[in-house]
Design a protein around this ligand. Structure first.
Ligand code: CA
Ligand code: CA
Ligand code: CA
Ligand code: CA
Length: 441
């Protein structure tokens, strides 16, 4: 009996490894949906686990028209998994039409503001007429979410463009504050700042600048070490300064991020052009977090983008941040354009994610990256499962929209069948492309 059980486990284990190796890189296209200039898509899950699986998710899609001097709609669809295979009939609604150039619909988790759970809609860009951004909270549990709109950045005295909010307690009072980066008049002013959560659903949160002329668009938070001591750090891709940077304070330092003397800064790399977006994850499963960066080298005669992974050193201030190119040759169309855009990691299925390889480790994650102004969206798949091997990934086109600009896709298992699904915007093509890794039955 015992021998039989071992034999079965061995055989089934072997079988799943073979399955893992044969998982196809590309999902299948379920269908296309007409949508005007869809840009940034995202899917957020409700904290209410009593809901049926598919009803926990809401799809958000921001849209914008650069040369139209008015606000741009943000769209939403509740329970998108219920419509996954019926792309002729997606009841997409307008969430709001009150932002200029809305960017990513970032998560607003439950418990940030009493009674609110939904999104914080970032907005604003450098195009004339679209420079006044906002940070708008929406409570998606309300029957009419638009009625709950609050701009927590309404105290702004200038026009700022906002692209990301990270929720973190910056003053130690127990509630999570809004950490963000912004720019005014492109290169003229950049601020890295946090907005103080007043504990109520009110606009105009008090602003605290952390650092000037630094982070401007994308950044992430991470705990790192130097000389064996822990540091609370932000890593940023500074688009206008054309550098990847590190800002840290000693963990637990008195007055934290509000005392400028606590802040230690290091330039990680200022040789890769317009740094854009980043991920902080363990990409080779060696137990150490790695730093993935997308960047566009806009120098004359180059005009080409790349995806890099940096190894984070044992000592973040004195050690080398070893750089590897995992994908390159992203060539945007047109002038004042760039490629690639936002990266996201994923597994094609829950089985693939949970599969244990013969050496006891998991598969390495794959990367979904928007080509942005090259009109394509890509899948980057590691060619090896080995640790400490950051040789180039296999770069495969998920979709060529055959138009100038593609958007940022939403990723998730929308219907709960264990297979990952994508909703990918073709911005210039005026389409949403819906994919799944579920095989045809
Ligand atoms: Ca707080
Ligand atoms: Ca507070
Ligand atoms: Ca690693
Ligand atoms: Ca699915």
């Amino acid at each position: 009996m015992e021998f039989f059980l071992v034999a079965v486990l061995f055989v089934s284990g072997l079988g799943s490894v073979i399955n893992g190796q044969t998982v196809t890189t590309l999902p299948r296209l379920i269908g296309e949906i007409s949508a005007s200039v869809p840009a940034f898509a995202d899917i957020h899950e409700s904290s209410d686990s009593s809901l049926p699986y598919a009803d926990r998710f809401t799809l958000y899609v921001s849209t914008f028209k650069p040369f139209q001097l008015k606000t741009d709609p943000v769209l939403f669809l509740r329970s998108p998994g219920r419509y996954l295979y019926d792309t002729t009939n997606w009841p997409i609604e307008i969430l709001a039409d009150s932002a200029l150039w809305p960017n990513n619909p970032d998560l607003l988790p439950k418990s940030i503001v009493d009674g609110y759970e939904g999104i914080v809609q970032t907005s604003g860009f450098l195009v004339p007429g679209k420079t006044k951004g906002q940070l708008q909270l929406y409570n998606m549990n309300a029957a009419i979410p638009a009625d709950t709109e609050i701009n927590i950045a309404s105290s702004d005295v200038k026009d700022y463009s906002y692209h990301r909010v990270i929720w973190k307690d910056m003053d130690g009072d127990g509630d999570l504050d809004a950490v963000t980066a912004r720019f005014h008049n492109t290169v003229e002013e950049q601020n890295f700042l946090w907005l103080e959560n007043p504990g109520q659903a009110v606009p105009g949160w008090t602003q605290h600048v952390i650092y000037n002329q630094g982070p401007d668009v994308h950044f992430r938070n991470i705990l790192l070490n130097s000389s064996g001591l822990p540091f609370d750090c932000f890593i940023a891709g500074e688009l206008w300064n054309k550098r990847a940077t590190l800002y840290c304070i000693p963990l637990g330092a008195s007055n934290g991020w509000n005392n400028p003397e606590n802040i230690q800064m290091r330039i990680i790399d200022d040789t890769v052009g317009q740094t854009f977006d980043l991920l902080l994850e363990d990409f080779d499963n060696d137990g150490r977090i790695d730093f993935l960066l997308t960047s566009f080298d806009d120098s004359f005669g180059v005009k080409s983008g790349s995806v890099y992974i940096y190894e984070i050193p044992d000592d973040i201030f004195t050690g080398p941040w070893v750089r590897h190119i995992i994908a390159d040759n992203f060539i945007p169309d047109g002038t004042n354009t760039m490629s690639p855009g936002t990266p996201q990691s994923f597994y094609p299925s829950a089985d693939y994610a949970n599969e244990i390889l013969p050496d006891g480790r998991n598969h390495r994650k794959w990367i979904l990256v928007s080509g942005d102004d090259d009109g394509k969206i890509y899948i980057l798949r590691p060619k090896t499962e080995a640790a400490n091997d950051f040789s180039p990934y296999e770069k495969t086109v998920l979709i060529d929209t055959n138009a100038q600009t593609a958007g940022k896709p939403a990723v998730g298992d929308l219907d709960g069948d264990g297979y990952t699904d994508f909703v990918a915007p073709g911005y210039s093509a005026d389409k949403l492309y819906v994919f799944t890794y579920a095989p045809l039955l």
